[in-house]
Ligand binder design. Sequence first.
Ligand code: NI
Length: 399
Amino acid sequence: MTSTAAESAAQAVHALTSADRLVEIRRHLHRHPELSNEEYETTEYILSVLKQAGVKITDYGLKTGVIAEIGGLQGGPVIALRADIDALPIQEETGLPYASLHPGKMHACGHDFHTAALLGAAYQLKEQERSLKGTVRLLFQPAEEKAKGAQQIIAAGALENVRAVIGMHNKPDLPVGTIGIKEGPLMAAADGFVVEIRGAGSHAAVPEAGVDPIVAASHIVTALQSVISRNVSSLNSAVISVTQIHSGNSWNIIPETAVFEGTIRTFDEDVRSKVLQRFEEVVTGVAAALGAKANVRWIGGPPPVINDALLARLGEQTAANLGYTSLKPAPSPAGEDFAFYQKVVPGLFVFTGTAGSREWHHPAFELDEAALPVGAGFYSDLAMRVLEHFSAEEGVHHG
Ligand code: NI
């Protein structure tokens, strides 16, 4: 043994930054998917990989998920890089040799990709630690799929002192080597609703003796589409989808109640509050007109993902610097709980091209692992660029 501990740690870090190693990490995560807030093995694995590279783990008392820090040796601003780590309750149908070993669970949204890319960025940043112009806090966030994890991270205090937060999502319809960067709205607010219509039961042959909740629910479901067509400007967009409707249990009885559920997607807070308000007015108004009572229960989803203009510009510079193609992606009507961070600090959420043939949440979802170094490189280079920008600003103010 001639090498010092520092040398062997440096060698370990170097070995860890290879593309092969990122594939190995991603496949390990892919084989062992865990659902939201149950990411125990995943947490242990992330910790072990970070510790191999000597990355400092910071304890925020999280049940699952990992917070770590790199840099800050000479003070400076703090920024955060975020990856989500949870999987979905889906039976994998890819037939891949590294398919899920956990029945009924699958990384069908590619959060294994995000986690591996952020671990790769951690190694790269660790190698550059001495020259970092501040601190990079790594947020390995649990429970994105339930839109809970970001709020848990914020409640734990891990966003304190943070000037900017950066996250990414793989994007199957973009080629490898492209980064989708867009200032302003990128992903939708995802609000859920459960509506209960209460009528009065009667014999099916004597409807005048009751109040039919099925007829009321049918009118309401149809009328709700007028909120989109008549209350939302043609320059904005919104979606209302009713996805379940339940009522009755016999062919000759008019039931007491009908219940329907669904989701609303919007890209702007003003549009969001207007659509939610009109939704309630239409539901209660139409129900009342038909003699029924209605109750709306909201299932709070994430707000829209709205990207900061300065960070988007730095993101474009990063892509150009690394020889990646940056393009303006079409906004996605999917929701993403990264938006909760952006309510607290400026943030940038980007799409990393992974050239897959299936959309997110499909049982045969797959991605091109050649995009792993692209994701890792983008995370780490952008982190350094943002730190440099903020520390230069501080120099102007205080120097
Ligand atoms: Ni996702």
